[in-house]
Design a protein around this ligand. Structure first.
Ligand SMILES: Cc1cc2nc3c(=O)[nH]c(=O)nc-3n(C[C@H](O)[C@H](O)[C@H](O)COP(=O)(O)O)c2cc1C
Length: 183
């Protein structure tokens, strides 16, 4: 039985997403006592306030429940045009709607893989800005920017780089410690 349950949320829907591969690698490199499950947000529709007024769609209800039940969240996002992805923003927007959005006070970590050299730095700093408004509690360090991430995984999306495995372990460790501290 894990003492810390972390929910991973990926901002890319691509089958061979590097960010999803990194989340899977994080789960595989989790410290003892930490369990990382990955949310499936593929069925979250585009945000529409008319739909919201009729009630949360099932995929959003599920995601809100999963977030509420988790001790901490781990976002993995690509950088799209110097920001985090619309897929992730859309999911956050849905979850943020009243009543009682489950982001409040939640411990959150983040990481990002880019194919190029940026490592998603700009995307992650935009994401931190959104977290301020939603009253999330992001862990400050370690920051995990993974540039040229195509070199870190094999053709099956399995991590081949031990240093990255260790960095993922450190991030989850820091996030688990932080979530306990602010609980
Ligand atoms: C619409 C779009 C915009 C992008 N903009 C950036 C960018 O600003 N910076 C960057 O480093 N990569 C950018 N990329 C490349 C992504 O980093 C790359 O596609 C990455 O592999 C996406 O993550 P994924 O593998 O998890 O899907 C962009 C890709 C797309 C599709």
């Amino acid at each position: 039985m894990a003492d810390t349950k972390i929910l991973g949320i990926c901002g890319s829907l691509r089958r061979t997403s590097l960010n999803m591969a990194a989340l899977r690698a994080a789960a595989a490199n989790a410290p003892d006592g930490v369990e990382l499950q990955i949310a499936d947000i593929t069925s979250v529709p585009l945000y529409d306030n008319d739909v919201y007024e009729r009630g949360f769609p099932p995929a959003v209800d599920t995601l809100r429940d999963q977030i509420r039940d988790a001790d901490a969240l781990l976002f993995a996002t690509p950088e799209y045009n110097y920001s985090f992805s619309g897929v992730l923003k859309n999911a956050i927007d849905w979850v943020s709607r009243p009543p009682d959005h489950p982001f409040t006070g939640k411990a959150v970590g983040m990481l990002g893989c880019s194919a190029g050299t940026s490592g998603t730095m700009r995307a992650q700093y935009h994401l931190r800005q959104v977290m301020v408004f939603l009253d999330m509690r992001p862990v400050n360090k370690p920051e995990l920017f993974l540039p040229a991430a195509g070199n870190l995984f094999d053709d099956n999306g399995d991590l081949t780089d031990d240093v990255t495995g260790e960095r993922l372990n450190q991030l989850l460790n820091s996030l688990a410690t932080w979530s306990k501290k602010i609980a």
